[in-house]
Design a protein around this ligand. Structure first.
Ligand SMILES: Cc1ncc(COP(=O)(O)O)c(C=O)c1O
Length: 407
């Protein structure tokens, strides 16, 4: 009989042969420390005997087990419900969604904000709803931006990572081509899109220079603040730190990292939000964000704005970066994400295993996620790590680095 099925076994074997197969390692809780289990496939996981320090989470402010955030989720579940029950446009639009959106708009300095069921959905939904003719995209932008460009069927021009000069020359080149083809600027819609903090490199986009270049060509700017929301000025992102609210037309982000919840958001003008409510298929045809998730994010945003959590995070970042660099490790980036760049993929694996044996978790990031020769350990401290946790992490790096000959 003819076989028109899918040879999944061969696919998995290829992944294994290329050392690219990923696996799930469950943990008992989401916090600055936890008990992990070996990947167990369909079997129930068995937790390790030793507790590990987690330096690998995007729970940057450590708010997932904050009493206030948990109470907010509990209360929303009890009073509003555990799920939205329908798309926001049907009956899933609740007061907790509105409360969250008002708080996000206030922090982001925009008319309004709109919550999506994930950051992925927010990016895909927004880019496809805008239907840009041309997107100028940083080469290291997140997969959800890339997928949004693909689904929007936009002509996508990729510029060099965090390089405003490269963006500028691509804008000029594309403008010249349009002129030669007899097109007026108003005939095309252009969108420049960038992450603000890049998750694997810890780099921060040069937003001011990007806005300068955009304005010269009348393009709009969309900034993905997934790894920045809650961490910068007044609980905002890099857009707030740089005071660029008036020059960035679309700010998006996720509720799933520093805001300790689940979901995504877009913040911008009244018109933008009205368009998204009508045209973003990922919003229209998807159940509203779960009310406990909305309430938890709202409370986490409040804590991010009004507590010392941000200060504690940045103090841990400085301590850890200084410690790693003074040992001789190469640490990239300018943000809370500290990529310890080792180079060789096997060296990165060995170093990650070495610190894991010392009960510190920070994953090795290898090709194809990052370019060949730049394998690294992605180290992400949290506000709730105390001084001793940071020292334990540094000691693990020192011992594993010496053992592997990397130091
Ligand atoms: C830069 C960036 N944008 C968007 C997303 C997607 O957000 P979410 O995890 O809420 O779907 C992520 C996270 O994975 C991200 O790192």
């Amino acid at each position: 009989m003819a076989d028109r099925g899918f040879d999944l076994k061969a696919r998995i074997e290829t992944l294994e042969a290329n050392d690219l197969k990923r696996a799930l390692s469950p943990v008992d809780r989401v916090a600055e420390r936890g008990y992990f289990a070996e990947p167990s496939g369909s079997e129930l996981p068995v937790l390790e005997a030793a507790e590990a320090l987690v330096f690998a989470s995007n729970n940057y402010l450590g708010l997932t087990d904050d009493q206030r955030v948990q109470d907010a989720a509990r209360q929303a579940a009890a009073t509003v419900g555990t799920g939205a029950g329908a798309s926001r446009l049907v009956t899933g639009d609740t007061m907790v969604h509105r409360d969250l959106e008002r708080a996000l708009a206030e922090v982001k300095g925009t008319d309004r904000a709109l919550a999506f069921s994930s950051g992925y959905a927010a990016n895909v939904g927004t880019i496809t709803a805008l239907e840009p003719d041309v997107v100028f995209s940083d080469e290291l932008n997140h997969a959800s931006i890339i997928d949004g460009c693909r689904l929007a069927d936009a002509e996508t021009v990729v510029y060099d990572h965090c390089d405003a000069a490269s963006l500028r020359s691509n804008l000029e080149e594309r403008a010249d081509r349009a002129t030669q083809a007899g097109r007026e600027p108003a005939d095309e819609s252009w969108l420049i899109v960038t992450d603000s903090v890049f998750s694997m490199d810890g780099t921060v986009a040069p937003l001011r220079a990007i806005c300068d270049a955009a304005e010269e060509h009348g393009a709009w700017v969309m900034v993905d603040e997934a790894h920045a929301t809650g961490l910068y000025a007044n609980g905002g992102g890099v857009v707030q730190a740089e005071g660029l609210e008036e020059r960035v037309q679309i700010q998006m982000g996720t509720l799933s990292k520093a805001l300790a919840s689940q979901g995504g958001y877009v913040a911008g003008s009244d018109e933008l939000i009205e368009c998204l409510i009508n045209d973003a298929r990922a919003f229209v045809f998807s159940t509203g964000l779960a009310p406990p998730a909305a309430a938890a994010a709202s409370e986490a945003l409040h804590v991010a704005r009004h507590s010392d959590a941000r200060e504690k995070l940045w103090a841990n970042v400085t301590h850890l970066r200084d410690g790693l660099e003074s040992m001789g490790f190469e640490v990239w980036g300018d943000s809370q994400i500290l990529p310890v760049v080792v180079g060789d993929r096997m060296d990165a694996m060995t170093l990650a295993e070495g610190i894991c044996e010392r009960d510190v978790v920070a994953p090795a990031i290898r090709p194809p996620t990052v370019p060949e020769g730049t394998s690294r350990l992605r180290v992400a401290p949290m506000a709730t790590h105390d001084r001793d946790d940071v020292i334990d992490c540094l000691e693990a790096f020192r011992a594993a680095g010496e053992e592997t000959g990397l130091l």
